[in-house]
Design a protein around this ligand. Structure first.
Ligand code: ADP
Ligand code: LRH
Length: 475
């Protein structure tokens, strides 16, 4: 059996098919990378799911034969299928506004406390449960498949729901990790659309014959931590096991998912009030974290300044005046696509600050604001879980942003270990490698990542007072 595995990883800003080789250590090569993003059609925001599927096939063809394939993607979004397995319309993007007001209505009818007590999930307007309640074609649906499960279905013909991603729907019982059927009934949702759950490492099946014909080879598809953040947390290169001294992580890409790994959920009223989530991790772990708006803020600024390069802007931002202006990155106004610099300027004015005067100053504002968001989430994760944190692991594309890593270390007053940038794909392939008997537990997987991937350590520097004062303007 070969020690090569393919990871299909769909991020909100780009998708990739990566090839991992575990013959000697763990090496990763990119077979194919392609852009991803919202498409607005007739006032509704969608993913280009068929375009993404075509790129996945191109990537698999380029990757060549492997032992198995794993698929992960962003959470919460789904397709509805009819009884014949055909897709009922195109998957809607989580940044679409069709769910406006739904979370509030559900909280009023079912009670926010009881929802949290069952699912342990933070309230985000786009949680699957709220999308389903805003879904016009639910009555026609036989099955709901989350995005990685949809890709797995198209590749193999096998339908199911992988549990780490199912935990982002709001319909999974956080204690039993089974579908919360009484809640589903209480909400008036059809329980028949929820497919059987599968665990990371489970076999979906071989590639459909037509798919194998198209890419030129065949291999089994395995469930992985199909929520991208679950896979990213697998590959956090921490030395400590789950029960040992704690580390915090920030999985930093389009979103920053900042928190700690725990052996069980935290469901206290304080945790709910702080909007902390208990998402399912690998091997029964809990990803106790909060969503921080992430590099979306920077991506949308760059979209508003065509022709500007990220590298130059980051260099210029390093020379800008510290703490000239900051925002709370989690203001809901930043969620939809649109003119991000204008919205940042409006937030600055609303909080009594002068808006940035140049693109470099905006970038400085965004990065300092994100570092403040990371600090708030890490601090609250510690407080609410009762864990001391000694180091923050920053993984994902954001680990390539030196200024953001240093700001995060400075704001948190903790060392930051940055990398790997491709943590999600590493976590994806490690779960496949374990199913093939090549690695054992989380500790060994993380040791392999730490030994094989370039990491960089940032020590906290500078006075904390500046960060405290900046935080007091917006939190
Ligand atoms: P997602 O999986 O959500 O699509 P990624 O983890 O791929 O996100 O991270 C993408 C982000 O990483 C980009 O928006 C960019 O801000 C940042 N990034 C990627 N490469 C670099 C780089 N060389 N320097 C600085 N930032 C980078
Ligand atoms: C990150 C992510 C995050 C979810 C969001 C929808 O890609 O999966 O964990 O909250 O997308």
């Amino acid at each position: 059996m070969s020690r090569r595995f393919a990871a299909v990883d769909l991020g909100a800003s780009s998708g990739r098919v990566m090839l991992a080789d575990l013959s000697e250590g763990l090496s990763l090569t990119e077979a194919h990378r392609f852009p991803n993003g919202p498409v607005r059609v007739a006032g509704r925001l969608y993913w280009d799911i068929l375009g993404l599927y075509r790129e996945i096939l191109t990537g698999l063809r380029a990757a060549g034969p492997v032992s198995s394939i794993g698929v992960d993607s962003w959470a919460v979004d789904y397709a509805l299928l009819d009884a014949s397995g055909a897709m009922l319309g195109n998957p809607v993007h989580y940044r679409d506004d069709r769910t406006a007001g739904v979370a509030e209505r559900v909280a009023a009818s079912v009670g926010a406390e009881s929802l949290y007590d069952v699912s342990g999930l933070q309230v985000l307007p786009f949680n699957t449960v709220y999308q389903l309640l805003a879904e016009p074609r639910l009555g026609e649906a036989a099955t709901m498949l989350l995005i990685p499960d949809l890709i797995g279905y198209w590749l193999t013909g096998e339908a199911g729901a992988e549990v780490t991603n199912a935990s982002t729907t709001g319909l999974l019982d956080v204690r039993t990790r089974a579908w919360a059927l009484p809640l589903v009934k209480q909400l008036g949702l059809p329980e028949g659309i929820l497919p059987p759950l599968r665990q990371p490492g489970d076999l979906l099946g071989g590639l459909r014959r037509d798919v194998a014909g198209e890419i030129g080879w065949s291999a089994p598809v395995r469930a992985v931590g199909s929520h991208d953040t679950a896979s990213a947390v697998v590959a956090v290169p921490a030395a400590a096991p789950v029960s040992g001294p704690a580390f915090a992580y920030v999985s930093c890409g389009t979103w920053s998912l900042a928190g700690v790994e725990l052996p069980g959920p935290v469901l206290t009223p304080e945790s709910r009030a702080a909007n902390f989530t208990n998402e399912a991790g690998i091997d029964g772990t809990v990803r106790y974290l909060r969503n921080v708006m992430g590099l979306w803020l920077l991506q949308e600024c760059l979209r508003a300044w065509p022709g500007s390069g990220l590298g130059e802007l980051l260099k210029a931002a390093a020379g800008e005046r510290p703490f000239a202006a900051v925002v709370n990155p989690d203001e809901p106004v930043f969620l939809p696509p649109g003119d991000m610099p204008a919205r940042i300027a409006a937030e600055c004015r609303r909080t009594g600050q002068r808006p940035p005067a140049s693109p470099a100053a905006y970038v400085r504002c965004v990065l300092e604001s994100l570092a403040l968001g990371h600090r708030e989430a890490v601090r609250q994760a510690m407080e609410l879980s009762g864990r001391e944190v000694e180091v923050v692991h920053l993984v994902g594309g954001g680990s390539r942003n030196e200024l953001l890593c240093q700001f995060t270390a400075d704001a948190c007053g903790l060392p930051v270990v940055a990398g790997p940038a491709e943590a999600t794909t590493l976590g994806n392939v490690l779960v496949q490698a374990r199913a093939a008997g090549l690695v054992s537990d989380l500790e060994e997987m993380r040791a392999l990542v730490a030994a094989s991937q370039p990491l960089r350590r940032y020590e906290p520097s500078g006075a904390r007072a500046g960060w405290d004062e900046a935080a007091s303007r917006v939190f």
